[in-house]
Design a protein around this ligand. Structure first.
Ligand code: AMP
Length: 213
């Protein structure tokens, strides 16, 4: 099964994708994670995207489509979860073509709805384990008191440079302007299921399972 988790920054796409990976052996393809890795390893592409990402703007379609193409060409999976991709209609069309080239297609698009106030609250409280990517929230899932990640035991907690109010404003505007048209696009294709992304992690997970069953 190949699915897209669609939703604004902070909707919980990454958290839910990780659960799907664990439970169903699917592979998570997060363009945000790929771009952050490129930035950290100091590749030429990483240098090009660093400033764009810090501002909260979108990286060019060519770059992210290239990243996804490379993964689809090289990774064998029992289904992909697209997390943070596609973010524009051009990316959505490219994804259809890339999957078709592999003899695959998209099975479902799950739209995670969360209101803006909740997004701001979530994002400003968010941190992740730098080693395994486990996501923490200062209010609902604080970092363990012993300073070690509950998933992998590492003690390298990070906050994203773009998780601040100013870039968040840009990221939300980019979402409404360029990404939200995908909701209508996939609805028209009969592929969209909307779920409430506001609840507890387990409640949202159950809603996603139902949408995919
Ligand atoms: P994310 O981790 O999905 O929130 O992405 C972090 C940042 O990476 C975004 O604010 C964009 O600057 C960039 N980015 C990630 N995915 C895409 C995409 N599909 N298209 C354009 N830019 C992206």
């Amino acid at each position: 099964m190949n699915i897209i988790l669609l939703g604004p920054p902070g909707a919980g796409k990454g958290t839910q994708a990780r659960i799907l990976v664990e439970e169903h052996g699917m592979v998570q393809l997060s363009t945000g994670d790929m771009l952050r890795a490129a930035k950290e390893s100091g590749t030429e592409m990483g240098d090009i995207v660093a400033d764009v990402m810090a501002r909260g703007a979108l990286v060019t379609d060519d770059i992210v489509i290239g990243l996804i193409r490379e993964q689809l060409n090289t990774v064998n999976a029992n289904g992909f979860i697209f997390d943070g991709f596609p973010r524009t209609l051009a990316q959505a069309d490219a994804l259809t073509n890339l999957l078709a080239a592999e003899g695959e297609s998209l099975d479902a698009v799950v739209e995670m709805e969360v209101d803006d106030d909740a997004l701001v609250a979530r994002i400003t409280a968010r941190s992740t384990c730098g080693d395994c990517g486990e996501v923490y929230n200062d209010n609902t899932k604080p970092q363990p008191a012993d300073g070690k990640c509950s998933n992998c035991g590492a003690s390298d907690f990070r906050r994203r440079a773009d998780d601040n109010e100013e870039s968040l404003r840009t990221r939300l505007m980019e979402y409404y302007k360029k990404t939200s048209p995908l909701i209508g696009y996939y609805y028209a294709k009969g592929m969209l299921t909307k779920i409430n992304g506001l609840g507890e992690i387990a409640t949202v997970k159950a809603a996603i399972d139902k949408a995919l069953s």
